[in-house]
Design a protein around this ligand. Structure first.
Ligand code: ADE
Length: 246
């Protein structure tokens, strides 16, 4: 997986790219990350990368030209079919499926905005997809880009300890993940559910599935609307609905 980043502040990514799954991935060559800074591409005599908005209003807007030239430089190095993603609160919501789509593209270029955003013409002419990480406004796209890189890395084959871990994660089958426990068996007077100590793999798998549906129906009922449930899953759900009506 290759991820290019266009950012005025590449230093923000420093420690984030050194540790954990991403650090290991970069070390082993499974993930490669490169940066382009629009400041290096400005054709303005003073090197400006932003300017006042036409029509007035507060703040500054990022100029189209330095970002466009940075995208062109990235394409020259990595090929013209790079998938260009602009992180913006106006984008489509990020989820596990979008991340899997990025993995399939293999080469994505993340454009991070700052200030009041980017000149709309750049978005129209050079961006393939706009992605939002939630209904709130951040002061720049860099934190959103980190979220994308972290999420997509978990799908890179060979990167997580257990090959199947990413597929057990919350949302991977449209449900929240089941609860996890580790030693000791009893902590602060609370014990691990007996079934997890039983060694019966089928029963454990059934219990986990039940817990997943249970949590999803209580915490994120919206997720269940876009997923067809099996007979067994439906029974658990109906039981929860009955209990909440009591
Ligand atoms: N840039 C600013 N806010 C953002 C958000 N919510 N998602 C993605 N990029 C952003």
């Amino acid at each position: 997986m290759w991820v290019g980043i266009i950012s005025l502040f590449p230093e923000i990514f420093g420690p984030f790219l050194k540790f954990g799954v991403i650090g290991r991935g970069r070390h082993s060559g499974l993930i490669k990350i490169d940066f382009w800074n629009p400041r290096d591409f400005s054709d303005d005599p003073k090197g400006a990368v932003d300017d006042k908005p036409y029509g007035g209003g507060p703040g500054m807007v990022m100029k189209a030209q330095p970002i466009f030239s940075a995208i062109e430089a990235a394409k020259e190095e990595r090929g013209s079919d790079l998938h260009v993603v602009y992180l913006s609160p106006q984008g489509s919501p990020l989820n596990q499926n979008v991340l899997k789509g990025f993995l399939e593209k293999r080469n994505i270029l993340l454009v991070c905005g700052r200030y009041e955003g980017i000149d709309e013409r750049l978005i129209e002419h050079a961006v393939d997809e706009q992605i939002s990480i939630g209904d709130y406004v951040l002061s720049g796209g860099e934190t959103a880009a980190m979220v994308v890189i972290d999420g997509v890395s978990r799908f890179v084959p060979g990167l997580l300890g257990g090959e199947t871990s990413a597929h057990d994660d919350s949302f991977s089958d449209g449900l929240l993940e089941y609860p996890q426990y580790t030693r000791p068996v009893t902590w602060a007077g609370h014990s691990v559910p007996d079934i997890l100590l039983s060694g019966d793999h089928q029963k454990i798998a059934d219990w986990r599935k039940t817990e997943s549906i249970d949590r999803t129906s209580k915490r994120r009922p919206d997720l269940l609307k876009s997923r067809t449930l099996t007979e067994k899953e439906r029974k658990v759900l109906n039981k929860n609905i009955e209990m909440s009506n009591e």
